[in-house]
Design a protein. Structure first.
Length: 319
C-alpha cells in the first residue's frame, strides 16, 4: 500500500510540473492577457473656466500576456460602462459613466508579437470634440477600458486584470497647477506706470535699486488689488515674495473684475501647486485669457515677520 501511494504521489507531482507553463496567475488552464499596471488608476480632468471648458487626459494603455505566443497575437480593447458600478462599489465612490460620444479609443486593437509578452503598440483614451459640452457632472466620471477578446482561443482575458480605470474629475478652476514660464500664454506687459494699487506702494517694484524695490503688505496672509486703468486680456502673472528663492509663497488666490464691484473668483493654488523658479518667481498661469481691469490677489508668505511679508517682483502677461 505504501509503495502504491508513493507511485500515485509521484505521478501527481509530475503532472502538476508538466502543466505549470499552461497556468496563468490565477491558476487557470490557459494563457491570460491582462492590462499593464491594471491596478493603478489613470487620471484626467475637465476644467470649467470663465472662458470655456478645457480637458486634460493622458491615458496610455498597453497589454501583456502570461506566456509568449508562437504567432502574433491581436488583442481587442473596448470601453465598457458595465464596470462603473463595480468600481464605485469597490471604492466607495459615485462616479458617472461618460456620456456616449465624449471619449474614444485611439485604436481598438493591440499586437503582441510572436515570442514576446508585451504589446508593441499603445492605445489611448481620447476626448472627442463634443467632450467639453458633454462632461459637466461635478460628481466626476470613471472610464473602464477592458480587454474584450483575442484572436487566439488559447489566450483569454484575465479575470480581474483585464480592466483599467480612468477617473475624470470635474473642477471649476481657471489657474493651472504648477504652471511655468513655458506654459504662460500671451506676452509680458512692459509698462506698469499707470497701474495703481490698494494698499498703495505697488509702483515701488519698478523704480530704484533692486534692493529697494519692495511692496510691503505687512502680514503673513495679505490681499492687494491692482487697477490696470483699462480692461486687458490677462493670461496670468509671476509674483516674487521677499527671499522667495529660499522661502517660496505658500498660497495664492486670484479674483478679477471689470468694474471693481463685481468679482469672479478664478481659484487658488496651494503650496504643492505653486512652481517657483530659480529667481524666486511663483508662476500663476491662467488656462485662457481673462478679460478684466482689476486683479485681486491674496498671498501667504512663508515667514510671518512683517518685514518679510513683502513682494519684490511682479510681471503680468496679456493677449
Amino acid at each position: 500500500m505504501l509503495f502504491g501511494a508513493l507511485l500515485f504521489s509521484a505521478a501527481l507531482l509530475t503532472s502538476c510540473s508538466d502543466d505549470d507553463d499552461n497556468y496563468d496567475v490565477y491558476g487557470i488552464d490557459h494563457e491570460r492577457v491582462y492590462q499593464t499596471n491594471a491596478t493603478v488608476d489613470l487620471n484626467g480632468a475637465v476644467v470649467v473656466t470663465p472662458v470655456g471648458t478645457m480637458t486634460s487626459l493622458s491615458a496610455p494603455l498597453t497589454v501583456r500576456t502570461t506566456k509568449a505566443p508562437t504567432t502574433d497575437l491581436h488583442v481587442t480593447l473596448a470601453l465598457d460602462e458595465s464596470y462603473v458600478e463595480k468600481y464605485n462599489e469597490a471604492n466607495g465612490t459615485s462616479y458617472k459613466a461618460v456620456p456616449s460620444g465624449a471619449v474614444t479609443l485611439s485604436k481598438s486593437s493591440l499586437t503582441i508579437l510572436a515570442d514576446t509578452t508585451a504589446s508593441v503598440d499603445t492605445a489611448y483614451v481620447e476626448f472627442t470634440d463634443q467632450a467639453a459640452e458633454l462632461l459637466n457632472d461635478k460628481s466626476g466620471y470613471v472610464i473602464p477600458v477592458v480587454v474584450a477578446s483575442t484572436d487566439q482561443s488559447n489566450y483569454q482575458p484575465a479575470r480581474d486584470l483585464n480592466v483599467r480605470y480612468i477617473v475624470l474629475l470635474v473642477t471649476e478652476k481657471s489657474i493651472r497647477p504648477n504652471g511655468t514660464a513655458n506654459e504662460m500664454l500671451g506676452t509680458e506687459i512692459s509698462d506698469y506706470s499707470t497701474w495703481t494699487s490698494d494698499p498703495t506702494g505697488f509702483q515701488s517694484l519698478f523704480s530704484g535699486s533692486s534692493w529697494s524695490r519692495r511692496y510691503s503688505l505687512g502680514s503673513q496672509t495679505s490681499t492687494f488689488t491692482l487697477d490696470m486703468q483699462e480692461v486687458k486680456n490677462i493670461t496670468g502673472f509671476a509674483i516674487k515674495g521677499m527671499y522667495a528663492s529660499w522661502y517660496p509663497l505658500q498660497y495664492i488666490s486670484v479674483s478679477i473684475s471689470s468694474d471693481g464691484a463685481n468679482w469672479t473668483d478664478l481659484g487658488a493654488l496651494e503650496s504643492d501647486e505653486i512652481y517657483t523658479d530659480g529667481d524666486g518667481y511663483a508662476w500663476v498661469d491662467f488656462y485662457g485669457a481673462m478679460k478684466c481691469r482689476y486683479l485681486k490677489i491674496t498671498v501667504t508668505f512663508a515667514m510671518s515677520y512683517s518685514y518679510y511679508c513683502s513682494l519684490q517682483g511682479f510681471k503680468a502677461f496679456e493677449q
